[in-house]
Design a protein around this ligand. Structure first.
Ligand SMILES: O=P(O)(O)OC[C@H]1O[C@H](O)[C@H](O)[C@@H](O)[C@@H]1O
Length: 564
């Protein structure tokens, strides 16, 4: 189907989330269960952990420390069914143009389907052969860089790979390369330049050798201002050392836009393509993953894809009640829409997952940060919460204070790997102990009676106890979810990312938004072009407000100083 709208491809779905029978039932249920105390729920139901945990594709999900009962979950699963999640999921995997505002299919899952699987079609055309042809070329390129067969203009092997890209052409490859650091080739250093701020590229260029540096210009559109400017500057820098004829050994491109790549001066033989049915924030599985393939090798990259594929298969086949992405999504809906929580903290207890919160910010907030539904009607329910976070245990010494005792209740996704990839004694035990302790502390809290008894045991005066007790009391009953990997590997990381992708999808369907466009980033881009011209050519004061005019004037004065 070519012009499907959200409504037409989900005939059984309720017209809006809020008008669905299940939504209304959930609202009543929320009112009736407001007093739910997790401590008590655990004490009264020893089976709670088994009942509210699930496992698939190498990921164990414990959602028992959320403010839900089995009845809550039943109602949430009904909501997902009433909103047509299953039909919508099948439409996505079936290659329907569910991205209605851009009239595109959404087939990032096809990028990770193995060769032998028949795979998806777009407009009746199978895409698997093209996907695997690019993947094969990508693998060959990565292996020749790794082996040293690919040499720079003076015949030396590549030592530094610089990915120039932003948004989805940056966050995914950077996060994955960092996460799979222990699997990476020892000779190769991976770098990621994204910001139009020249300090980003400048800081790198002072450290790398043009003879042994390969630049990957990664941009789906090949028009993004930041990437094009950084690419031009990198090219000019290179040409201060090498010659035009050497560019092919030092610049490759990943894009859907062959024309623009050629115009930039990159030989199409050095270009890896992908397709408009791959959204930027879903593109790490495509040729945008080239840095990953270079770092961990073609086989490692395929294992990463295979892990995601295992999650895809689980998402497609498992009943909602046992379906990890559906469960994670529904817990999020419950917290956001029925308990009024407006942010989620992501706490990876693994230093190599330090970039995961930033990656998930784009995945979730760019996908579901919408104020109208897929048909353009204003939404009557809240959509994507704010996603933020940092690694544990670091966050514990920074903002966990607010998580434990602040006035906002913020659910936490804890993510940990059971096995460590280092041999330093005691560290992994300390890390996991902290991770589990934080989720326990958020749930249990500490009552005033407990605090008073503890302080009395320390021979404190009654007066001092009375003064301190409120400060040392923890409200508790604060929800969190635990995701455990056996180990952080290419496959488990692939499954983890795919889990979050499908979570975002399920939430988008329930809210009724198009999770695959991002019009909200356009206005600022357009205004920046105007202001950029004015910073150079002089202001058009009629075009702006007094604040913007004032700022432009100050910047022009500074930029015209001789040092600039
Ligand atoms: O890959 P590109 O076409 O350069 O796009 C890079 C990024 O910029 C855009 O503004 C979008 O917000 C992102 O979704 C996208 O990933």
């Amino acid at each position: 189907m070519s012009d499907s709208s959200f409504a037409s491809s989900t005939p059984s779905a309720s017209p809006t989330a809020a008008s669905s029978v299940a939504w209304q039932a959930l609202q009543q249920h929320a009112d009736a269960t407001r007093g739910l105390q997790l401590r008590q729920a655990f004490a009264e139901h020893p089976e709670r952990f088994d009942a509210l945990s699930e496992q698939a594709a190498g990921i164990f999900l414990d959602y028992s420390k959320n403010l839900v009962t089995e009845d809550t979950m039943r109602l949430l699963f009904s909501l997902a069914r009433e909103r047509g999640v299953e039909a919508r999921r099948d439409a996505m995997f079936g290659g329907e143009r569910i991205n209605n505002t851009e009239d595109r299919a959404v087939l990032h899952a096809a990028l990770r389907a193995p060769r032998e699987v028949a795979g998806a079609t777009v407009d009746g055309r199978p895409v698997g052969a093209e996907v695997h042809a690019v993947l094969d070329r990508l693998g060959q390129c990565a292996e020749s860089i790794r082996s040293g067969a690919w040499t720079g203009y003076t015949g030396k092997a590549i030592t530094d790979v610089v990915n120039i890209g932003i948004g989805g052409s940056y966050l995914g490859p950077k996060m994955v390369c960092q996460a799979l650091r222990t699997f990476a080739h020892p000779r190769l250093s991976m770098h990621f330049v994204s910001n139009v701020d020249g300090h980003d590229l400048d800081a790198l260029l002072t450290r790398v050798n043009p003879e042994t540096t390969l630049f990957i210009i990664a941009s789906k559109t090949f028009t993004t201002q930041e990437t094009m400017m950084n690419a031009q500057s990198a090219r000019s820098w290179f040409l201060q050392h090498g010659e035009e004829k050497d560019l092919a050994k030092h610049f490759v491109a990943v894009s859907t836009n062959t024309e623009a790549v050629t115009a930039f001066g990159i030989d199409p033989a050095n270009m890896f393509g992908f397709w408009d049915w791959v959204g930027g924030r879903y593109s790490v599985w495509s040729a945008i993953g080239l840095p990953v393939a270079i770092a961990v090798g073609a086989d490692g990259f395929r294992e990463f894809l295979a892990g995601a594929h295992a999650m895809d298969e689980h998402f497609r086949a498992a009943p909602l009640e046992r379906n990890l992405p559906a469960i994670l999504a529904l817990i999020g809906i419950w917290n956001r829409n029925f308990l009024g929580m407006s942010s989620i903290s992501i706490a990876p207890y693994h230093q190599d997952l330090a970039s995961l919160p930033g990656y998930l910010q784009q995945l979730e907030m760019e996908s579901n940060g919408k104020h109208v539904d897929a048909d353009g009607k204003p939404l009557t329910v809240a959509t994507c919460p704010v996603i933020w976070g940092d690694t544990g245990t670091n966050g514990q010494h920074a903002y966990f204070q607010l998580l434990h005792q602040g006035t906002d209740v913020i659910p936490v996704d804890f993510i940990a790997s059971l096995a460590a990839a280092h041999a330093l004694p005691g560290h992994q035990e300390a890390l996991l102990a902290n991770c589990f302790a934080q989720s326990e502390a958020l749930m249990r809290g500490k009552t005033e009676d407990e605090v008073r008894a503890e302080l009395a045991g320390q021979n404190m005066s009654a007066e001092r106890i009375a003064a301190l007790a409120p400060h040392r009391t923890f409200p508790g009953n604060r929800p969190s979810t635990m995701l455990l990997l056996d180990a952080l590997t290419p496959a488990s990381l692939g499954a983890l990312i795919a889990l979050y992708e499908h979570k975002v999808f399920v939430q988008g369907v329930i809210w009724g938004v198009n999770s695959f466009d991002q019009w909200g980033v356009e206005l600022g881009k357009v205004l920046a072009k105007t202001i950029m011209n004015e910073l150079v050519a002089g202001p058009n004061t009629k075009a702006h407000d007094a604040s913007t005019n004032g700022l432009i004037a100050r910047a022009r004065a500074a930029l015209s100083q001789p040092s600039n």
